[in-house]
Design a protein around this ligand. Sequence first.
Ligand SMILES: *Cc1c(COP(=O)(O)O)cnc(C)c1O
Length: 385
Amino acid sequence: MKTIYFDNNATTKMDEQVLEEMKPLFCELYGNPSSMHTFGGQIGRRISKARAQVAALLGCEPGEIIFTSGGTESDNAAIKGTLAALPNRRKVITTRVEHPAVLAVCRELENHGYMVVELNVDKLGRLDMAELEEQLDENTALVTIMYANNETGVIFPAEEIAALAAEKGVIFHTDAVQAVGKIPLDLKHSNIDMLSLSGHKLHGPKGVGVLFVRKGTRLSPFMLGGHQEAGKRAGTENVPGIVGLGKACELAQKNIKEENERVKKLRDKLEQAILEKCPDCRLNGDKDNRLPNTSNISFEYIEGEAILLMLDQYGICASSGSACTSGSLEPSHVLRAMGVPFTAAHGSIRFSLSRYNTGEEVNFVIYKIPAIINRLRELSPFVVK
Ligand SMILES: *Cc1c(COP(=O)(O)O)cnc(C)c1O
């Protein structure tokens, strides 16, 4: 059975061209870039090239790119490194809808005497900018707010937030893991101080990411050891991963506009058909201000997990907003923050597309979904028959 992969916000297929670029770095060019010999030294040029490729996609200087082990490390490093550099400031501002890589770090900070403010969002998942402005003060070390939400695709006004923070002299970090490669960024003309991205979310390899740190931003090193990455992140470089990420950024930059217009058309077709054909379902998130690839839909009275299992029988991969852990069903913290009713939050499904999806795949899913939903509703104890 063919896999129909609509779970690209979880991870993406690596581009074959990325693999080709990485191959020589395993068994041929395996030297350590920190070595004095020519054999090792030549690897440094590969890393420099990758750094330039990433910088070109972001519109920043290569010297502002720090390679990490992924989005989670970049987020941890930005938050902890900023607080370590500014010991007199004890307040962090974030949102209720962040990825766990930010939210878990912030919640842990509360155990260490920090004041953490989690901003609210409205029904459509939009940020309350007035609340942000109110909370910004001279005790605030950092604002960390995602660029685009992984569950709903809702895009936050990162530049507006950055300008507000800059006005108050507060550092702004954004988790842009879901935005990079999907919407164009230009960090040169921006007030964003720090930005996280991850290789495997843009058709690059897993286990490699980037923290952009604007020149002059105070950040304590977050991994101590050797002198790699300008002393900010010690440890022998993940050379194949870094080279692969560089190539993935180059490919993303080349086709970003056409590719995302095509993906958006597929997404819109899928979404419209589902909303039309299935009764009692609703779109979650700000329809007009979303990533082009993401659609989060709630089906009333049924469990997201049940829908996923049925889709899985046809090889269709999607994701449910709720995570089922050890038998307890926790609805998504993102949908809860948006005030999505309990019955709808439990039945939410995220479809996330990519450059590899086709119209044929979309048609197949459109054809299968209504029958799946009807069948599950027939079995549902919540539906009055
Ligand atoms: C996937 C994701 C991360 C984590 O990135 P990893 O490279 O898997 O550690 C962080 N933030 C967001 C918004 C994500 O979607």
